[in-house]
Ligand binder design. Structure first.
Ligand SMILES: [Zn+2]
Length: 322
């Protein structure tokens, strides 16, 4: 009923099952792509249908057994075709979001750009990761922290969200201004800068964790999550170590070994050159001023000497005093 109210012009395209169903049985389709209105160009649907199989092939093996329920990709020309509940899930300016309670991926075509990270392939892979991770987590899906969701979604889609970058973490890490992990469990900040920082932190920490521990350990942490203590509890049971110990190790790595500090220095070298040029110019200006002052003093001394000796004719022509 709600779906009918939400998408009054829904045009459905069903995609067939990936595997052959046994004879006499029809297998539920793995996914379908819907157009939220007739304004959505069919070419966009075709593009999504083309991009979905390789994205699934790449991401689903990270979450064995998924997709374990059909999911839906819904294409919107813009946010005007979102129902109010879905609209609340949308953060301004973002090209897509996943409604995990309904196994839905919503894509806003007016926010899709030709280049990553806001191109169709990257956004689709990002949202697909959210859906498959949630399906993998099963009944405790809502206890998978937001930082793990966003970290894996960015890592597996191959690009960072909101133009966030690891190098942007250097200064906050130096001044102990990174978000606490507990603050990124349920939601990300609304403030644009803090939000971008949250995405960059999630990406960097989760990529580090995958390198340090392996994806299998993270999966086991998700599998052993309970409603009571969530992924953090599941991870501790898997590794016998609290996730906060890993978080501290990551921060040390970020500050001392990641190379992000050097990248930060190199990226800002132009600013340093400018500052250097200004300082040099200031020194040069001071030298020139001192030189002028010395010349002025010399002239004044000579003029004073001339005034004391009136027998000496001046060989200077009369100057207009101006
Ligand atoms: Zn996301």
């Amino acid at each position: 009923m709600l779906a009918a109210a939400v998408f009054p012009c829904l045009l459905a395209t069903l995609h067939g099952p990936r595997a052959q169903a046994p004879a006499g049985q029809t297998r539920e389709p793995e996914y379908r792509v819907l157009l939220a209105s007739e304004r959505v160009p069919p070419a966009s649907r075709d593009a999504v249908l083309r991009l979905l199989p390789p994205a699934l092939e790449r991401i689903a093996p990270q979450f064995p057994g998924t997709p374990n329920a059909p999911f839906t990709v819904i294409l919107h020309v813009d946010e005007s075709s979102l129902d109010s509940e879905s609209g609340r899930s949308l953060h301004r300016g973002t090209p897509g979001f996943a409604r995990l309670d309904r196994d839905e991926i919503h894509l806003l075509l007016d926010k899709i750009r030709p280049q990553p990270p806001d191109d169709l392939a990257t956004v689709l892979a990002h949202e697909l990761t959210h859906v498959l991770l949630d399906q993998f987590a099963g009944p405790h899906g809502e206890r998978v922290p937001r930082w793990l969701h966003e970290g894996l979604a960015q890592s597996l889609s191959g690009d960072l969200y909101l133009q966030a970058r690891e190098v942007d973490l250097v200064v906050p890490a130096k001044f102990d201004r990174l978000h606490r992990l507990a603050d990124l469990t349920n939601a990300f900040p609304d403030d644009e800068y803090e939000r971008r920082l949250a995405y960059a932190q999630s990406f960097s920490f989760v990529e580090w964790l995958v390198r340090a521990r392996g994806m299998a350990v993270i999966r086991e942490g998700v599998r052993l999550a309970t409603h009571k203590d969530g992924f953090v509890g599941g991870y501790a049971r898997t590794t016998n170590e609290p996730i906060l110990v890993e978080y501290d190790r990551w921060q040390t790595w970020l500050r001392e070994e990641s190379g992000a500090s050097w990248r930060f220095m190199l990226e800002n070298s132009f600013s340093y050159v400018m500052i250097g040029a200004i300082v040099l110019a200031a020194f040069a200006g001071a030298r020139a001023w001192r030189r002028d002052a010395r010349a002025r003093a010399k002239l004044e001394r000579e003029a004073a000497a001339d005034a004391e000796d009136p027998t000496q004719p001046s060989d200077e022509p009369d100057e207009d005093p101006r």
